[in-house]
Design a protein around this ligand. Structure first.
Ligand code: AMP
Length: 143
């Protein structure tokens, strides 16, 4: 199973912000949309960074309430690891485990196609296991 299978189920919508968006605004959007991260795009639409809940906690720990006035560019992780839609689910699980993060933008030839989270992967894996169990049960009953 591949990253493209997850994207065809969940779609390619990715929530993005400009580098100058305030941390207050980013926090509000994460809360409203019930998501764990946003991608930061530069003026040309290229991925400049990622801000996840963890970055917000870190900013709060360092700056207290003033963290809310910082800009996304000041708290984001700049070297964003991405994956290709043709990568296997096992490969992206390994990338996330090795990198200790839970979000991976999906990019092909510079084009942002979507984002997969650890939550998407767990959901997909559970469905896969359920289908396999049902198929085995049907096979045993038929036999
Ligand atoms: P997460 O577990 O995704 O909430 O993120 C943990 C830390 O890793 C945060 O500092 C994020 O900014 C960073 N991070 C999340 N996703 C990525 C990614 N795909 N590439 C690089 N850093 C990331």
């Amino acid at each position: 199973m591949f990253v493209s299978d997850i994207l065809s189920q969940k779609g390619g919508t990715v929530f993005t912000v400009a580098p100058g968006t305030s941390v207050a605004q980013v926090s509000q959007e994460l809360g409203l949309r019930r998501i764990g991260s946003v991608l930061v795009l530069d003026g040309e639409g290229a991925v400049a960074g990622i801000v996840s809940e963890r970055d917000l906690v870190r900013a709060l720990a360092s700056h207290g309430a003033r963290a809310l006035e910082l800009e996304a560019r000041q708290v984001m992780t700049r070297d964003v690891v991405t994956c290709d839609p043709d990568e296997s689910i096992d490969q992206v699980m390994e990338t996330m485990t090795r990198g200790r993060f839970r979000h991976l933008p999906v990019v092909r030839r510079g084009e942002l196609l979507g984002l997969v989270s650890i939550g998407d992967i767990v959901k997909f894996r559970l469905e896969e296991t359920r289908h396999e169990t049902e198929a085995l049960r049907a096979y045993i009953v038929a036999g």
